[in-house]
Write a protein that binds this ligand. Structure first.
Ligand code: NAD
Length: 461
C-alpha cells in the first residue's frame, strides 16, 4: 500500500479547507450528490471489497456482507434520503415572551473534519463518520487503517479518483502519517480505535481546542442469569465471540457466570462450537483470521500468561494468523486476559455467586461499551440495566446495536464519547447555530425596560 507523502498532508488539508470556504458543501443537493456517488462506489465495487476484506482479515464473504457492506450502503442511503429533513432550520419551542424574536437554530457545518478509522470493520467504520461529516456539509479527510492495506487502498483509490478532491480525500499511512495529520488544525476529529491511541488523539486535539468524537473499546461483559435459557445464551455468546475472529468492539469480552450453572454453560458452548465448525474452525470457511501476526502474538502472550484453564480451543498459529475459538475458565483477575481488551476469539468465564455480584464486578471497573444479560426475567434485565452504566445495554443479544437503524451507538466515559451513526452523526458533526431576529417595536412595547437607569418604576410597569 502506498502511504501519502508527509509533505503532501498540509496541502491536502488546505485543499479541503478551500473547498469548505468556497461554500461547495453548503447546498444540500450537492451533499446528496456526493453521498450518492459514495453509495455507488461501494455498491458497484462490492465484490472487490469482499475480496479485499477476505485478503486482509481472512473474513468469509457472508460476514463482510452483513457486518459492513450492506450496513455501509444502508447508512449512506439513510443520510441521502433524510438529509433534507435533518438539515432544516428548526424553531425553538414556543414561548410567548420571546416568540417575536423568531428564535431558531440553523444546522451548520463545522468545517473540515478529520476521520481516523480502525482495521476491524474498515469499510463501515470509515463510512459512518464520513457520511455524518458529508451530510452535515463538512469537507473530510479520511485516514483508514494501515493494517487492512488491501481494503484501505481500494477505499482510497475509489474516493480519490471519483469524488470531489475539495470535498473528500483519503490519506494513507500509519503512525507517522496520523501524527502529521494531528499536528494540523481541524474543525472536528472523529476517531474510532483503541483507548491507548485515543489519548494521543485527544491530547493533540486539545492543542487547538478541537472537538473530538471518540468511538473506543474496552471490556464488554455478559451476565448470565442462572435461570436463563443456557442453550440460547451459549449459541449467541459463542457467535459473538467468533464473528470477525472476535475483532469487534462490542464482542463479549468475558462472561460473569453463577457457579451453579458454569458447567452447563460450558457444555452448551461446546455443543454450539461443534455445530458452527463441524470440521473444526481451522478448516472452516466460516471463520476469520486475526488481522496481523502482531495481533496473533498478542493473543498468544495473553493465553500463555493466563493462570486460568483452557477448556476449549487454545491452538495458535502465528504465521497463519490463526487463533482457535478459545474458552478459559477461572482466569486470575490481574492477568492481561482480564485487564486488557482481548479483541480476539478468546472468552474467559469468571465465576460469580449471583447477578448482584456480577453487577458489583462491572461497577468496580470502567464503563464498558456494551453490557449484556442473558435472562428471561424482566426484573433481572431491568435490574442490570438500572444498576450499571455502559455505552449500550443488550438483553439476550450481542452486536446488533451497531447496525440496528435508529439507535445512538457509542460509548460512555472510557469506552467513548459522541455518536457517529445516522441522524446522531449528522448532529455530532453539525454546529447548531442559534439565531434571533428582534423587531424594533419590541423596544416600544416592553424591552425599553432593559436599558439603564434601572428604576423602581421600570420594574413595576
Ligand atoms: P488503533 O487504535 O490501533 O488504530 C486506529 C487508527 O488509529 C488507525 O487508523 C491507526 O493508523 C491510527 N493510529 C495508530 N497509532 C496512532 C497514533 N500514535 N496516533 C494517531 N493515530 C494512530 O485501533 P485498531 O487496532 O485499528 O482497532 C481496534 C480498537 O478499536 C479496539 O480497541 C476496538 O474496541 C476499537 N473499536 C471501537 C469501535 C467503536 O465504534 N466504539 C469500533 C471498532 C473498533
Amino acid at each position: 500500500m502506498q502511504y501519502t507523502p508527509l509533505e503532501d498532508i498540509p496541502k491536502i488539508r488546505e485543499t479541503l479547507r478551500n473547498g469548505f470556504r468556497a461554500g461547495k458543501t453548503k447546498s444540500v443537493a450537492h451533499r446528496k450528490q456526493q453521498l450518492k456517488q459514495l453509495g455507488y462506489l461501494i455498491q458497484e465495487n462490492m465484490q472487490a471489497f469482499l475480496d479485499t476484506l477476505q485478503s486482509d482479515l481472512g473474513r468469509p464473504y457472508f460476514e463482510s456482507d452483513v457486518l459492513e457492506i450492506t450496513p455501509a450502503i444502508a447508512c449512506i442511503k439513510d443520510a441521502h434520503d433524510n438529509v433534507d429533513k435533518w438539515a432544516k432550520t428548526e424553531k425553538a419551542r414556543y414561548r410567548f415572551s420571546t416568540s417575536a424574536m423568531q428564535p431558531q437554530y440553523r444546522k451548520e457545518a463545522k468545517g473540515t473534519v478529520l476521520c481516523i478509522s480502525p482495521y476491524n470493520v474498515p469499510v463501515l467504520l470509515s463510512m459512518q463518520p464520513v457520511v455524518a461529516a458529508l451530510s452535515a456539509g463538512n469537507t473530510v479527510c479520511l485516514k483508514p487503517s494501515e493494517q487492512t492495506p488491501a481494503t484501505s487502498s481500494l477505499l482510497g483509490e475509489l474516493i480519490n479518483k471519483h469524488m470531489d478532491p475539495e470535498v473528500i480525500q483519503v490519506v494513507q499511512g500509519s503512525v507517522e502519517v496520523a501524527t502529521k495529520l494531528l499536528e494540523l488544525q481541524w474543525d472536528h476529529i472523529t476517531y474510532t480505535g483503541s483507548q491507548r491511541v485515543a489519548r494521543i488523539v485527544a491530547a493533540a486535539a486539545a492543542r487547538y481546542l478541537t472537538p473530538t468524537t471518540l468511538e473506543l473499546g474496552g471490556k464488554s461483559p455478559v451476565i448470565i442469569d442462572p435461570k436463563s435459557d443456557l442453550r440460547l445464551a451459549a449459541r449467541r455468546i459463542w457467535w459473538g465471540n467468533v464473528v470477525n475472529g472476535g475483532q469487534v468492539c462490542v464482542a463479549p469480552d468475558y462472561v460473569l457466570c453463577p457457579r451453579e450453572v458454569q458447567d452447563k454453560l460450558i457444555k452448551e458452548i461446546n455443543i454450539a462450537h461443534a455445530e458452527f465448525f463441524p470440521k473444526g474452525p481451522k478448516n472452516s470457511d466460516s471463520f476469520c483470521r486475526m488481522v496481523s501476526t502482531n495481533h496473533t502474538e498478542r493473543i498468544a502472550r495473553m493465553l500463555k500468561a493466563t493462570k486460568g484453564d483452557i477448556v476449549l480451543g487454545g491452538e495458535i498459529e502465528v504465521k497463519e494468523r490463526y487463533v482457535a475459538p478459545t474458552l478459559v475458565i477461572n482466569p486470575s483477575l490481574d492477568e492481561p486476559l482480564m485487564q486488557e481488551e482481548i479483541f480476539g476469539p478468546v472468552l474467559p468465564i469468571v465465576p460469580v455467586q449471583n447477578v448482584d455480584e456480577a453487577i458489583a464486578f462491572i461497577n468496580a471497573r470502567d464503563h464498558p461499551l456494551a453490557i449484556h444479560v442473558f435472562s428471561q426475567n424482566s426484573k433481572v434485565k431491568a435490574k442490570v440495566a438500572d444498576e450499571t452504566q455502559s455505552g449500550g445495554f443488550l438483553a439476550n443479544e450481542l452486536l446488533f446495536q451497531v447496525t440496528t437503524h435508529g439507535l445512538p451507538f457509542g460509548g460512555v466515559g472510557p469506552s467513548g464519547s459522541g455518536k457517529l451513526c445516522g441522524k446522531f452523526g449528522f448532529d455530532t458533526l453539525s454546529h447548531l447555530r442559534c439565531t434571533l431576529d428582534s423587531p424594533k417595536y419590541l423596544d416600544t412595547l416592553v424591552l425599553w425596560k432593559r436599558y439603564a437607569p434601572y428604576t423602581e418604576a421600570n420594574r413595576k410597569s
